[in-house]
Design a protein around this ligand. Structure first.
Ligand SMILES: [Zn+2]
Length: 119
């Protein structure tokens, strides 16, 4: 959870109650990006830089319509990365991918990336 005032991160452990307030009194919210949230430009720059030199891009559960993330598969592909889409439904960018798996992350990932034994 992230404090809406201070930006501090509060980890939750299994069994913890779901707190709605920070110790400073401000509301806590999940530390994720919601529709309408501003993206941190530094995070966007870092993501763009990493994706522009990746070997493999796996896009999981995205509608591929929200920018700048919607441009990442094309960026990765232009740089020669192998691109995989995992999504229950086709997106407007499905044609960009070398491999497409129709299903949820919970269905596809265990089959695609089986657990390593002995770890
Ligand atoms: Zn706070």
């Amino acid at each position: 959870m992230r404090c809406t005032s201070e930006g501090t991160i509060h980890s939750l452990e299994p069994g913890d109650e779901n707190p709605t307030r920070c110790s400073c009194g401000a509301q806590l919210r999940p530390d994720i990006i919601w529709f309408g949230d501003q993206l941190d430009p530094q995070v966007v720059d870092q993501a763009t830089e990493v994706i522009s030199r990746c070997d493999l891009l796996i896009a999981i559960g995205t509608s591929a319509v929200i920018w700048p993330a919607a441009g990442y598969p094309q960026l990765a592909r232009q740089q020669g990365a192998h691109c995989i889409e995992i999504n229950p439904e086709a997106s407007e960018l499905s044609f960009l991918y070398h491999e497409v798996y129709r299903g949820t992350a919970g269905e596809v990932l265990p089959a695609l990336l089986p657990e390593q034994s002995g770890s």
